[in-house]
Design a protein around this ligand. Structure first.
Ligand code: PRX
Length: 635
């Protein structure tokens, strides 16, 4: 019996049990029956969380693009693979069939080769949500180059940091991008970033907004003329199962962003298998994930997972508010979208606009509604369920991470009964554990603690690029023989999981992970700033927003605080990107510190959330008197 498509709850439990009791047999069967291999594996799994090292399907040879494209040509050549919906409502949507995708990926792959890119080279992709983004990702995979997509909303400094960290020899970008009514000078940002990078030899530029940009002689090349000349045939590079497929950066609670490395075979198997089941995708469905390909959600559930299943995947260039807040629903009606996957922050923003903008459109095609990126609050859940899904489309609240590569805890629609704000049950093959602070696993139901995973799954990130020690310290050192997620979770009386949020210094703002340390570093570069501490506080649209407590070098009385706030936010925007700007900035005389000099963020978090009735034990503070001053002046 094939366990590839799970259709009812009993089957889920049965397959789940098998995946836990005989993981190797289970994954071997899935891999064998549903993918094409140039050579089968010698060993299904090798792992040691202490080293840490995880290897799936060792010895196997494959190319992921043959699984995502070539194998569909015989039966689905004329089926739409990518359905591109432009920013401008009046620009015609583009249907790229599997045949056309094959041709375009091959041409692009040949351009990469001609420009000297080889297997194992890193290519930075800083491209807006236009077809060239998905195509360049696949073109890299075709020739075995490791893609590192950087979200095209990041600043020049953030881009430069990522290019340098993985030593990229090429950057792919566009002359600019559309975002609602705005245009963004992407190439200008790349030029600024490259002033800080010596590794980049070539910049390929896609034309999107027809802007007048600078092209640096010898380095910058327009993409289209190169594509026009390129052959449409490109043999896929044969990759080892464990060859890196991509690097994707995610914020850490401290220091540099972490370049998570995903490898080829395990990632392919898991992203495809989760896609099929978590969305219950059927042959003629139109699937739409609103994320950007610059995030893991876009990698796994716009590009690789859907294409590996021969699906039609929508790529939307614009924003939910343009030309008005009905745009998402307009697209659902227009393309008869069956599965819709978005983030709670978008749901909350749309819910604020009232039901008229939803009811204007025919949403009867919808069968599955997905949520990802942060906890979904009860109100947003009900609005999504009632107003968008008309109580007919199950909501899958899917919990996972850049590091996990694929969905880890989620209801399977039409299989798992849903419960508002609960991610419900572990996906097939996933063995969660809830741990207390002393490292003991909390067995049974009705427990709450830190969420770990006990056993490797095929798409776990294998390392942090260039820093295996940090990989070990971050994920495998907090609890023995466990992958630590950094999240808190509870397990209810029936064994459903509810994610309670981060337990480290990562704050999720509008679904984007932001480490506090890099933001504080940016603020501290302002010449007037002595010290700063960032915490999150509840925000009705963003989920969490950022509150900055800042002490100034002189008392700052002679400075205009409003101007300072603007300058500080500008600095953050320049160093990291506009998503990391602070909602509130409070200038204080001091920050509460422990005797060892650590800032007591717990107290600042409570003050920022207006919850000062019980601040807990402040007796260990070096300077307890500052706490009252901070409360008095809080915003
Ligand atoms: O805290 C969890 C939260 O997002 C973090 C992972 O962020 P990132 O690597 O950017 O990946 C986001 C998309 C997969 C997690 O550690 N998170 C993600 N999904 C959920 C969630 N929190 C609660 N519920 C979710 N469904």
């Amino acid at each position: 019996m094939s366990n590839y498509h799970i259709k009812h709850l009993e089957e889920y439990y049965q397959v789940y049990r098998k995946s836990i009791q005989e993981p190797e047999n289970f994954w071997e069967e899935i891999a064998e029956e549903h993918f094409v291999w140039r050579k089968k594996w010698d060993k299904v799994l090798d792992w040691d969380f202490n080293k840490p090292e995880v290897k799936w399907f060792q010895g196997a040879k494959l190319n992921i693009t043959e699984n995502c494209i070539d194998r569909h040509l015989a039966t689905r050549g004329d089926k739409t693979a990518i359905l591109f919906e432009p920013n401008d409502l009046n620009e015609v949507a583009e249907h790229i069939t599997y045949n056309q995708l094959h041709k375009r990926v091959n041409q692009f792959a040949n351009v990469l080769k001609e420009q000297g890119v080889k297997k194992g080279d890193r290519v930075c992709i800083y491209v807006p949500m236009i077809p060239e983004l998905a195509i360049s990702v696949l073109a890299c995979a075709r020739i075995g180059a490791i893609h590192s997509v950087v979200f095209a909303g990041f600043s020049a400094t953030a881009l430069a940091t990522r290019i340098n960290d993985s030593d990229c020899k090429m950057v792919i970008t566009a002359d600019g991008s559309y975002r609602g009514s705005k245009t963004i000078d992407l190439k200008g940002i790349v030029d600024e970033a490259l002033e800080q990078c010596t590794c980049v030899e070539t910049v390929l530029v896609a034309k999107r907004i027809q802007s007048n940009i600078n092209m640096k002689e010898g380095r910058d090349k327009w993409l289209q003329p190169l594509l026009d000349k390129a052959s449409a045939a490109c043999e896929a590079e044969i990759m080892d199962a464990e060859d890196p497929l991509f690097i994707l950066y995610t914020s850490g609670s401290t220091g540099m962003p972490k370049g998570m490395v995903h490898t080829t075979a395990g990632y392919m198997v898991y992203s495809a298998y989760t896609f099929k089941n978590a969305f219950q995708y059927k042959e003629n469905d139109v699937y739409w994930c609103t994320a950007d390909i610059g995030w893991i959600t876009g990698h796994s559930y716009i590009v690789y997972g859907p294409l590996a299943n021969g699906a039609t995947t929508v790529m939307f260039e614009g924003v939910p508010s343009y030309p008005d807040y009905g745009r998402f629903w307009n697209i659902v009606e227009k393309h008869k979208v069956n599965q819709f996957y978005t983030a709670p922050t978008a749901i909350r923003a749309l819910a604020k606009q009232g039901v008229e903008l939803v009811d204007k459109y025919d949403l009867s095609s919808l069968k599955v509604l997905g949520s990802v990126g942060e906890p979904i609050n009860e109100e947003a859940w009900h609005w999504y369920n009632d107003v968008v899904g008309k109580k007919k489309s199950p909501i899958i609240d899917s919990w996972w991470q850049t590091e996990t590569g694929g969905i880890m805890i989620t209801p399977i629609p039409y299989v798992t009964p849903t419960k508002p704000t609960y991610a419900t049950l572990p996906f097939i093959g996933i063995q969660p554990a809830i741990m207390d602070e002393n490292g003991n696993e909390l067995e049974g139901n009705q427990v709450e603690g830190r969420l770990c995973i006990k056993f490797p799954w095929p798409s776990i990130a294998r390392t942090i690029w260039g820093n295996h020690q940090r990989y070990k310290d971050t994920y495998f050192s907090a609890f023995e023989n466990m992958y630590f997620t950094g999240d808190g979770s509870l397990r209810d009386e029936v064994g459903y999981y509810r994610i309670t949020g981060r337990v480290d210094d990562v704050i999720i703002v509008s679904g984007h992970n932001l480490g506090t340390a890099p933001i504080e570093d940016a603020i501290n570069e302002h010449q007037a700033v002595a010290e700063s501490a960032i915490v999150g506080f509840p925000h009705d649209i963003k989920g969490s927003a950022l509150y900055g407590y800042i002490t100034l070098k002189d008392s700052g009385e002679d400075r205009n605080h409003d101007n300072l706030r603007k300058e500080i936010n500008q600095l953050i925007s320049d160093k990291i990107g506009p998503i990391a700007k602070l909602n509130k900035i409070q200038f204080t005389e001091g920050l509460p510190k422990t005797r060892s000099g650590k800032i007591m963020r717990r107290i600042l978090r409570k003050i920022a959330s207006n919850d000062t009735s019980n601040l807990g034990d402040t007796s260990t503070l070096l300077n307890p008197e500052v706490v009252n001053d901070i409360i008095k002046e809080s915003l």
